[in-house]
Design a protein around this ligand. Structure first.
Ligand code: ADP
Ligand code: ASP
Ligand code: MG
Length: 411
């Protein structure tokens, strides 16, 4: 007997028929004698709809009430799955975040899980009960108010519950049958990976591969939760193992680059003719940091006159307007001539722990992209990844080019 967490994403619970299919996966594990806690997302599209309603009501909304609204999608699916499981003859009970409780901090809209008391869930197992948990939501114990964990947060709920109840395994069921070398919807030649290292998955997730939410990977890594990504669309009677997220040492196959990720969630800002003198970078980036705007790639180019410089950097698309307003406000202190900005950009990244021991990996990419006529606007590199910022129109071409370049295409 094992203790399992099974998480099902939005597409997997998109309607009652799919919820029935999810229930069959759950029943299979119960029939094998396992203890099961299920974590569900809202039906696909539901959270977007709820967020849209909040913005229609008031763009300057109170984040506490945003959470009250958007947490409701998961409340519905947890109840529905419990009903369907009961219909199949299983004992099932739904759980909202506050009922468990899943305690979070007070950062409404992207709260962090602080503590989970798994005792009531484990008591339920003792009585032969399946726990059906609403993902994405928790409660701030300081105020007693419902909180949500940020988009894609049900993955985080699942891994955190798995850690709290000391589950043997956390299975993230989704609409693809594992983690691929890149988004299989963009590159048909993408290959499914049997295993991927925590560090690589962390980079892939934070660089745009939304198959797992970043914090869930972090949490699996820290707590050593054995996590698989697998398909809910497999025949429940014939399940496939999917992809295991594991320690680097557990992977035998050696690849320099493991995956390619991309993110359109970027905006580029260029400040023209900034005085080339000490303190300028601080004058630009300090106010942004104070306003919690995350600056990512930075490049500085000295202009012809050698007295001024152009500074280009990227911020998340969602923070773009705020960043621009902050810079306009400090225009006199920074002393630039104009701001140029573009949201029509994409960040394409290559990730692989093998980069630690191989030189020149990024240089090959620059050449390959140049051969395709793709202009690189900015570059960043770190130990196990590099990223290039390019025009969004070239996204697919660039991703496919790098995917082939590093030998990732399936035969
Ligand atoms: P869920 O609703 O189940 O949480 P998501 O839509 O959040 O599912 O994540 C699954 C999607 O992630 C897939 O449909 C796929 O298009 C996308 N994806 C992006 N990069 C990858 C990758 N490297 N491997 C697998 N899927 C990926
Ligand atoms: N329903 C939430 C979202 O769409 C959480 C999740 O699906 O993981 O972001
Ligand atoms: Mg998701």
């Amino acid at each position: 007997m094992a203790r399992l967490v099974m998480k099902f994403g939005g597409t997997s619970v998109a309607n009652i028929e799919r919820i029935r299919n999810v229930a069959r996966h759950v029943k299979r594990e119960i029939d094998e004698g396992h203890e099961v806690a299920v974590v569900v997302s809202a039906m696909s599209g539901k959270t977007n709809e709820l967020v849209g309603w909040v913005n229609d009501a008031n763009r300057q909304y109170d984040p506490h009430e945003y959470d009250a609204v958007v947490a409701s999608g998961e409340q519905v699916t947890s109840g529905l799955l419990a009903i369907v499981l009961q219909e199949m003859g299983l004992r099932a009970r739904s759980w909202q975040g506050w009922q468990i409780p899943i305690e979070t901090n007070g950062a409404h809209g992207s709260a962090r899980i602080v503590r989970i008391d798994g005792a009531r869930l484990v008591d339920g197992f003792g009585q032969g009960e399946v726990a059906v948990i609403a993902g994405f939501q928790g409660v701030d114990p300081a105020t007693g108010r419902v909180s949500t964990l940020g988009r894609g947060g049900s993955d985080n709920s699942a891994v955190a519950v798995a850690a709290a109840i000391k589950a043997d395994r956390c299975d993230i069921y989704t609409d693809v049958d594992g983690v691929y070398t890149t988004d299989p919807r963009v590159v048909p030649k993408a290959r499914r990976l049997d295993k991927v290292a925590f560090e690589e998955m962390l980079e892939m997730a934070s660089l745009g591969a939304k198959v797992l939410q970043v914090r869930s990977v972090e949490m699996a890594m820290v707590h050593g939760v054995k996590t698989f990504v697998r398909s809910s669309f497999d025949d429940p009677a014939n399940p496939q193992p999917g992809t295991l997220i594991c320690n680097e040492e557990d992977i035998v196959e050696e690849q320099v680059v493991t995956g390619i990720a991309f993110s359109k969630d970027e905006a580029q800002i260029t400040l023209r003719k900034v005085a080339d003198k000490p303190g300028v970078a601080a004058a630009i980036f300090q106010p942004l940091a104070q306003a919690n705007v995350n600056v990512d790639m930075i490049i500085q180019v000295v202009s012809d006159d050698a007295k001024t410089t152009d500074i280009t950097f990227t911020v998340p698309a969602a923070e773009f307007e705020r960043a621009r307003a902050i810079l306009e406000k400090s225009k006199d202190v920074i002393g630039f001539s104009s701001i140029q900005a573009s949201t029509d950009v994409v960040k394409v990244s290559a990730i692989g722990v093998g980069m630690r021991s191989h030189a020149g990996v990024a240089a090959e990419a620059f050449r390959a992209l140049a051969e395709k006529g793709i202009n690189i606007r900015a570059i960043t590199t770190s130990e196990i990844k590099f990223s290039v910022l390019i025009d969004a129109a070239y996204t697919e071409l660039a991703v496919r080019t790098l995917h082939s370049l590093y030998g990732l295409d399936k035969a």
